[in-house]
Design a protein around this ligand. Structure first.
Ligand code: MOS
Length: 688
């Protein structure tokens, strides 16, 4: 009767394989009308005039919605949600209107007939780290209710000891700047919202969502409705990577259009539209300075970040926070500064902060190890802290050293070779990984017994991660029954409240609620009404996952082409609930890390404030042929403080540090150090 720890196949697998899993756009509503948006073609200014006459006369058109006839919303101050509330244009590709028609084709055709006249103003879309006009972040924009300066609620800066003096006195110094570009979320399922109002006060929104309860709250607030009167339904979500945490402008627009027209509405974004309205990964520049003794002990660490943000809404990502916890050193500093640009608003994307910051830190550690004449695995182990170097708190568990040692053993790191086969130069690299292990507040689970079966309900979601399966396993063990007797219900805000699938917090948070509900249920008490807070032990312990990546690359000495035949990761993720879905998550993260390292970058044409590459022809994501052997393992680990299951989270740790491991391997193979992602062949050849 222990389902936890078993490699159970996805219980939603057969539905998905047969195409019977219902995603947002496939939800059936009565006589739907279809929406096609109008996107701004300037980066900043105002709309002088919109001429909709021709569009309104086109076949099948029901309405043309603009700021002139839009519903008045309860403004949140975030133009990503407050759609069509002013004539202001804040970024290129912002929604400035929409056409509603009887078919998707008629809506799209008529949208092309709408004429928009602008009064542009000078815009600024130049992400350059050497600019002086940077701003210290002053509020946490994404989860606005959180205090603090960065998006995760943390302070923008930290400082201990005297970094400059320690750097001055250090036997060995490293001082380099590392940069990462804009990346875009491209989940398999494009964003879509299907809306049906039952009456003036009750609406159902089907949308691919990473958090149905939070989306319910946001949509209710925007439209002035009681939250229980807004039902957000998302039984299956085809990936999100952070872009489906918040409802964004597409959901607001669909709900508004349905209200205005009195029709059900279906609205699916095209892949190209997604590039300007669902957020993107923050572009960053990290200056890392390290000081060390001659035998490789770090004495000073500084990580100074400049990152892109938006004049439309302040968003500040925690790029340097990873540097606060990775290595011991008495003198240390992190800072975050923003460039406020006339660009769409960035948002969290798989391992927000760590995925960019650890590229910088783990590249610099590799450079330091070489400068000290040390093996980069040894150098990392030597500088492991006993306690969190800045808060002074103990870690709830930290098996990074074990990950490095086990990874080195499996990879045969000791015998790694730099060699040449024909035109191909081979080399290997290593990098560490970390990610927070939070338990979110706001969870309750209801358990009822019907005909000998156990119905377990919570407004959790499965974004392709395996929640349907792993949460059923937790429920079975919590109830002490066979998993085949558990009927899980998730993905509906009408169920007891659930937190979002973000920050790798899902099972930690929902699982705890299910465990607690099972205790009440076994005592014959009411379930589903006790809403849990976060983890009370989070004040006593720093909670993080860890990992170590080992990669082999080969680089063509004539073309600069980089290939990655082997990737191997070993992780400390706490107790693994389901080894099968966990391995998929880790392999997926590592693959996305490879893609981030070598392929993904969105290019800004700052003359127009526009993204140049806005589809899969121009935005390259690693395909099958780009990926070699990917192995994911974990060390034996169960955390006694994160939750009763002992798990820590696996959604994001897999991607963190892969970029640095690959950059370090490219350096090992070629002697060329690329400090600017992605590692494209031109950068390798330029430095030859
Ligand atoms: Mo993850 S970027 O917290 O969805």
């Amino acid at each position: 009767m222990t389902a936890i720890g078993k490699p159970v196949s996805r219980i939603d697998g057969p539905l998905k394989v047969r195409g019977a899993a219902t995603y947002a756009f496939e939800q059936q509503v009565t006589n739907p009308a279809h929406l096609f948006p109008l996107l701004s073609t300037i980066a900043a200014g105002r709309i002088a005039q919109i001429d909709a006459e021709q569009a309104l006369a086109a076949p099948g058109v029901l309405a043309v919605i603009t700021h002139e006839n839009a519903l008045k919303l309860n403004a949140t101050g975030d133009p990503q949600l407050d759609v069509l509330q002013t004539d202001e244009v804040s970024w290129y590709g912002q929604f400035i209107g929409a056409v509603l028609a009887d078919t998707p084709e008629n809506a799209r055709y008529a949208a092309g007939l709408v004429q928009v006249h602008y009064e542009p103003r000078t815009h600024d879309a130049e992400m350059r780290a050497d600019r002086q006009d940077v701003v210290k972040p002053y509020h946490a924009a994404l989860f606005g209710e959180m205090p603090g300066e960065l998006q995760n609620g943390m302070p923008a800066d930290s400082s201990f000891g005297d970094v400059d003096a320690a750097l001055e006195a250090a036997a060995i110094r490293i001082d380099h700047t590392y940069s990462t570009p804009i990346n875009h979320h491209n989940p398999l399922e494009p964003h879509a919202a299907v809306v049906e109002w039952a009456d003036d006060e009750h609406v159902t929104v089907y949308m691919g969502s990473q958090g149905v309860s939070m989306n319910q709250q946001i949509i209710a607030a925007l439209f002035g409705l009681e939250p229980p009167n807004v039902r957000v339904v998302s039984p299956h979500t085809g990936g999100g990577f952070g872009s489906k945490i918040r409802p964004h402008s597409y959901a607001t627009l669909a709900v508004m259009a349905s209200k205005i027209s009195g029709r059900s509405v279906k609205f699916a974004l095209t892949r190209q539209q997604m590039f300007s309205v669902i957020g993107y990964r923050t572009p960053t520049s990290s200056r890392i300075q390290l000081g060390a003794t001659a035998d490789g002990k770090l004495t000073a660490i500084a990580h100074d970040v400049v990152e892109g943000s938006s004049n439309a809404y302040m968003y500040a990502e925690q790029i340097g926070v990873c540097t606060r916890l990775m290595y011991a050193a008495p003198n240390r500093r992190t800072t975050h500064r923003l460039l406020m640009l006339d660009m769409p608003v960035p948002t969290i994307m798989r391992a927000p902060g760590e995925s960019q910051g650890m590229f910088a830190l783990e590249s610099a550690i590799d450079e330091m190890a070489e400068a000290c004449g040390m093996d980069p695995v040894e150098s990392r182990i030597l500088n492991e802290p006993d306690l969190h170097p800045e808060s002074g708190l103990p870690f709830s568990s930290r098996k990074l050293k074990e990950c490095l040692v086990e990874g080195a053993r499996r990879f045969d790191w000791a015998n790694r070779s730099r060699r040449c086969e024909g035109a191909w130069l081979y080399g290997s690299g290593v990098a560490s990984a970390t990610y927070p292990a939070p338990r979110f507040p706001g969870n309750a689970a209801r358990i009822t017994k019907v005909d000998g079966r156990y119905c377990v309900q919570i407004a959790a979601v499965d974004i392709g991660t395996g929640t349907w399966t792993a949460l059923s396993q937790i429920a079975a063990d919590a109830l002490g029954v066979d998993m085949s007797l558990v009927d899980l219900e998730i993905g509906d805000s009408a169920l007891p409240v659930g937190s979002t699938a973000g920050f790798s917090s899902g099972l930690n948070s929902w699982g705890t609620a299910v465990m607690e509900a099972a205790k009440l249920f076994k005592d014959g008490k009411e379930t589903g009404t006790q809403v849990l807070g976060g983890n009370p032990k989070a004040e006593q312990y720093e909670m993080n996952t860890f990992g170590a990546h080992f990669v082999e690359v080969r680089v063509n000495s004539e073309t600069g082409e980089v290939r990655v035949p082997r990737m191997l990761g070993v992780f400390d993720a706490g107790k693994v609930i389901n080894p099968k879905t966990a391995r998929s998550q880790l392999v997926g993260g590592m693959t996305q890390g490879l893609s981030q390292a070598l392929h993904e970058a969105t290019v800004v044409d700052s003359r127009y404030g526009q993204f140049v590459n806005r589809d899969f022809a121009g935005y390259h994501i690693a395909a099958n042929a780009d990926v070699g052997s990917v192995e994911a393992y974990w060390v034996d680990s169960s955390d006694e403080h994160t939750n009763e299951m002992g798990s820590k989270g696996i959604g994001e740790i897999g991607i963190v540090g892969v970029t640095a491991a690959i950059a370090n391997a490219v350096y090992h193979a070629t002697g060329v150090r690329v400090r600017d992602l992605p590692i494209t062949l031109d950068k390798i050849l330029q430095q030859d």
